[in-house]
Design a protein around this ligand. Structure first.
Ligand code: B12
Length: 159
């Protein structure tokens, strides 16, 4: 899994209300979670759909722990459903988050139009990558720390 934390770009700042109408604080962090996939996602096959569901569940589980920790620290935080682009831990607005556009604009990765859908071309995994996004009003350093604690519970326990 490749996790990177970024500050929001102009598009996300300008469209925050359309994405997250109830948030009283500004988005300060964008956590991008890229998971390698065992098959390329440039095509749609019964196998790709099985992997997409598995990787979606893995993101939802990983992201849930991060969201709960950030909310306990009185920050806004939400996962975005990779299947729909709608927020899971916040009220949806009028705009769906386009994960590929997030990865392209914040990580600068190339994209490829496959069957009318823009897909990421990862520098190492090519099309075998499953993207997902989590937004928070917490500063990037806080999101990084919480993410590391979730990734490595030993860190959290201080043992
Ligand atoms: C709708 C959709 C489709 C539609 C096509 C819609 C389209 N024209 O993009 C259909 C059903 C055709 C489709 C097909 C496929 N899809 Co598709 N699709 C999506 C979905 C749900 C939304 C994409 C979207 O929002 N497009 C918006 C485009 C159409 O709008 P636009 O006007 O061009 O650009 C606007 C947006 O970018 C918007 N925007 C919104 N948020 C943001 C954020 C930022 C930072 C910026 C700058 C802009 C921005 O601003 C722009 C201007 O208004 C995403 C999931 C997601 N949450 O991203 C998956 C997704 C992109 N699809 C995916 C895949 C893999 C496919 C397939 C190629 C294969 C498959 N196994 O499913 C197939 C095609 C197969 C084939 N060969 O026929 C994957 C890509 C994974 C990867 N490695 O990149 C995604 C991420 C789903 C997933 N999580 O697996 N898809």
């Amino acid at each position: 899994m490749q996790c990177t934390v970024h500050t929001p770009n102009a598009y996300l700042n300008q469209h925050q209300t359309a994405l997250l109408p109830d948030w009283k604080q500004s988005v300060a962090s964008v956590l991008i979670v890229l998971q390698p996939c065992s098959v390329s996602l440039f095509d749609r096959t019964p196998e790709t759909e099985v992997y997409k569901d598995l990787l979606r569940q893995q993101f939802l589980q990983f992201g849930e722990s991060i969201v709960h920790q950030l909310q306990r620290q009185f920050h806004h935080a939400t996962r975005f459903d990779p299947r729909t682009g709608l927020p899971i831990d916040a009220t949806a607005g009028t705009l769906r988050l386009h994960d590929v556009a997030v990865v392209r604009s914040l990580l600068g990765y190339d994209t490829l139009n496959c069957g009318g859908c823009l897909t990421i071309v990862h520098p190492h995994w090519q099309g075998a990558v499953y993207p997902a996004t989590l937004l928070s009003s917490a500063p990037p350093v806080t999101v990084e720390r919480v993410m590391q604690q979730v990734e490595n519970p030993v860190l959290a326990s201080g043992r």
